[in-house]
Design a protein around this ligand. Structure first.
Ligand code: FES
Length: 60
């Protein structure tokens, strides 16, 4: 699946999609990685998704 798709699963461990992350960032104006991971319960298993989460936050 296209990484830019809203349905793309960014955090595979926690099943969090790009759309969910984008909406949360827009609605709450949060771009801090730690805060995002805590709020959406992601990035806390293998950590492989953190870089992409930061990229998404930077692009909004
Ligand atoms: S892919 Fe997000 S913690 Fe593993």
């Amino acid at each position: 699946m296209d990484k830019n798709s809203r349905e793309y699963e960014v955090c595979v461990c926690r099943h969090v999609t790009r759309g969910t992350i984008e909406d949360y960032i827009r609605e709450n104006n949060v771009t801090d990685l730690k805060e995002l991971c805590k709020a959406l319960n992601m990035g806390n298993v293998c950590g492989a998704c953190r870089e992409m989460i930061m990229e998404i936050a930077a692009s909004i």
